[in-house]
Design a binder for this molecule. Structure first.
Ligand SMILES: [Zn+2]
Length: 390
């Protein structure tokens, strides 16, 4: 505990720890909480009472007795709050909603071409309203809407600094909020997808680099809390934090140069990873249909097999660089990540050839959530923020 922490802060911390403990169990009891968290019985009793009257914890019967009086079973209330996430892309909008249980309760993807016009933002508000109504999400329980965007987002000011993919700059959250009756928060799409990976795959608390291979290449750096360098960084969960950089531009892995004097990237530089490993490199061979690329390669199209081999070779350079920088797990996500599963063994061998340390290539793996990971992460972040305030 930090020096100078006063009793009110201790109480707040204990309240949050107790809620998180209850929330991590399907059901538990006050003696169990007391033992697990080393907090006195009377303090647990007082705090559980408060959490019950706040509606976030409830009694759910009695635990099986091991002799003596049966303890009351308590559990967290999962549907006390909901959050919706949206993923705005050039041609689609994705929706996901979740509750405190953190499962994606529904995901949808709707074709909608982005236009920087008032009517577009109004239509997005209408689509969101229809999604909420169709899924009967109680409006009064919606904590907020997370909006994932393919660009640099200043999370403090809640504005999109710029998006090459959407062709816009300096767009505030208010553009969306004007047509959405819930609090709105903007997030970078790769950061949002990394949140999904962090929260959902229940990996042991550790550092992680997420590499998003979509129509642009981006990423995110997540580190375990003991490495937190200052207190201004927004936490993702009680265990992990995302490194955002000084200007909200961390994780722009797409513009790491992998071939000096190589292909020209849209950013103007030569040889950027994005120019070689964006999903467009593959999808554009099939009119934007990435699945068709993989289907045709699998059915024996030799030209595609060679293109894929080159793609993996370039990706291995980048992944090895990330490993050298961060010395942690590297997760492949985004559109291409969704198709990587059958090829990951081969890719790990390519990564292992470059690894100058022990351990081979098993530090790189495929993302676990393959459906609307960015929209899902944007929703999860709203839920994590709610939990951190309990
Ligand atoms: Zn570039």
């Amino acid at each position: 505990m930090r020096r100078g922490t006063n009793s009110l802060e201790v109480k707040k911390l204990n309240r949050n720890r107790i809620f998180r403990y209850v929330h991590s169990q399907s059901e538990t009891s006050m003696p169990d909480i007391s033992a697990a968290l080393d907090i006195s019985g009377p303090t647990v009793l007082t705090i559980v009472k408060e959490l019950k009257s706040a509606g976030v914890v409830e009694e759910v019967g009695e635990l099986k007795s091991t002799g003596g009086r049966k303890a009351k079973a308590i559990a967290s209330v999962r549907d006390v709050r909901y959050a919706v996430g949206m993923d705005i892309t050039e041609n689609h909008v994705g929706f996901v909603y979740t509750d405190l249980g953190r499962k994606a309760l529904k995901h949808e993807r709707i074709r909608k071409h982005f236009r920087n016009e008032e009517s577009y933002f109004r239509e997005i508000g209408e689509l969101l309203g229809e999604f909420v109504a169709r899924n009967r999400i109680p409006e009064e329980k919606i904590e907020g809407v997370g909006i994932a965007l393919p660009g640099i987002v200043d999370r403090q000011k809640n504005i999109l600094n710029g998006s090459h993919v959407l062709g816009i700059h300096e767009v505030s959250w208010e553009k969306w909020a004007a047509h959405i009756p819930y609090p709105c928060e903007l997030l970078n799409d790769a950061n949002a997808a990394a949140i999904t990976e962090d929260v959902c795959c229940k990996r042991p608390e550790s550092n992680l680099v997420y590499l998003s291979l979509s129509n642009s290449v981006g990423g995110a750096v997540i580190f375990a809390d003991e490495m937190k360098s200052n207190e201004g960084i927004p936490a993702i969960t009680d265990n992990t934090t995302m490194y955002m950089g000084n200007n909200w531009r961390s994780g722009e892995f797409g513009h790491m140069v992998i071939h000096p004097e190589g292909k020209t990237c849209y950013c103007g530089k030569k040889g950027c990873l994005d120019a070689y490993c964006s999903a467009l490199n593959l999808a554009e061979l099939e009119d934007g249909n990435l699945r068709a690329f993989f289907d045709k390669m699998e059915s024996g199209k030799e030209e595609y097999r060679q293109i894929w081999d080159e793609y993996l070779g370039n990706l291995a350079i980048a992944v090895d660089n990330l490993r050298m920088c961060f010395d942690c797990e590297v997760v492949l996500g985004g559109y291409v990540g969704n198709y990587m599963k059958p090829y990951i063994g081969r890719f790990q061998s390519l990564a292992a050839e470059k690894n100058i340390f022990s351990g081979g290539g098993d530090y790189v793996r495929v993302c676990q959530c393959r459906e609307e990971a960015s929209a899902y992460g944007a929703a999860l972040y709203q839920i994590e923020k709610y939990i951190s305030k309990i």
